[in-house]
Design a protein around this ligand. Structure first.
Ligand code: SF4
Ligand code: SF4
Length: 222
């Protein structure tokens, strides 16, 4: 059920991105770093697409990266929203764009491209990063990205958020995957419990423009 909702959210997001002029395309991989953050749900979605042998290769490739430097989030998106709503200041987070590449990348190809997590889908640049050395993301796209991230976390409340390496490293265990499917609460190293959506982070200047997107999200039926 949750996986079906995630699939619908990915579909809606693609429809949104298809209305924009962006430089991102398949086999463009300059943004494939070790800094991708995902939820358990997004990790389960990737693993569910694999056969037994594919899973073995996948987890074998993941192992060496568990000791490498990477972005380790301290707060989830919904915690951050809740913190700001209550007048707090979110933690400073350490992130280095040189922490590359993503363990999944094969040459310029993402082998799970069709099932890639939202963090990879939403890094959409209006300039070609390979030439400019940096990405440029429109502020409205950032607002829409945050909304989708907040909903994805909200539908995965018994799950966790963390670096893709840590979340998939946790789901490497068949037992943990089964626990997760049984809706048991997930806990693990470098992983933060997901938090419910208490308020959406939408700047006043984007409130009108996001309305159709919000309506489409709220109308998802599976
Ligand atoms: S964010 Fe940059 S590197 Fe990544 S796909 Fe888009 S243009 Fe390519
Ligand atoms: S999961 Fe795929 S798209 Fe995302 S960073 Fe890794 S190789 Fe790139």
């Amino acid at each position: 059920m949750k996986l079906a909702v995630l699939e619908q959210l990915y579909k809606l997001y693609s429809e949104f991105i298809n209305t924009l002029e962006v430089c991102c395309k398949r086999f463009c991989a300059f943004c494939c770093t070790r800094n991708v953050t995902i939820t358990t749900l997004e990790g389960a979605y990737i693993i569910n697409q694999m056969s037994g042998n594919e899973k073995e290769d996948f987890f074998r490739d993941l192992d060496p990266d568990q000791s490498k430097e990477r972005f380790i989030p301290k707060m989830t998106m919904n915690q951050m929203a809740d913190c700001c709503k209550n007048g707090g200041t979110p933690h400073e987070e350490e992130i280095n764009p040189d922490w590359t590449p993503c363990f999944l990348l094969k040459g310029k190809e993402c082998p799970v491209y069709l099932f890639r997590p939202f963090g990879c889908r939403c890094l959409v640049s209006t300039v070609p990063c390979g030439e400019t050395g940096f990405a440029q993301i429109d502020s409205f796209i950032l607002t829409v990205n945050t909304i989708f991230q907040q909903y994805i976390e909200h539908i995965d409340l018994q799950g966790v958020t963390g670096n893709i390496i840590d979340v998939l490293g946790h789901l490497k265990s068949e037992k943990f995957r089964q626990d997760y499917q049984r809706n048991e609460i997930v806990k693990g190293t470098n992983l933060i419990s997901n938090f419910s959506l208490t308020c959406l982070m939408i700047p006043p200047e984007h409130r009108e423009r996001v309305r159709p997107i919000l309506r489409s999200i709220q109308c998802i039926h599976v």
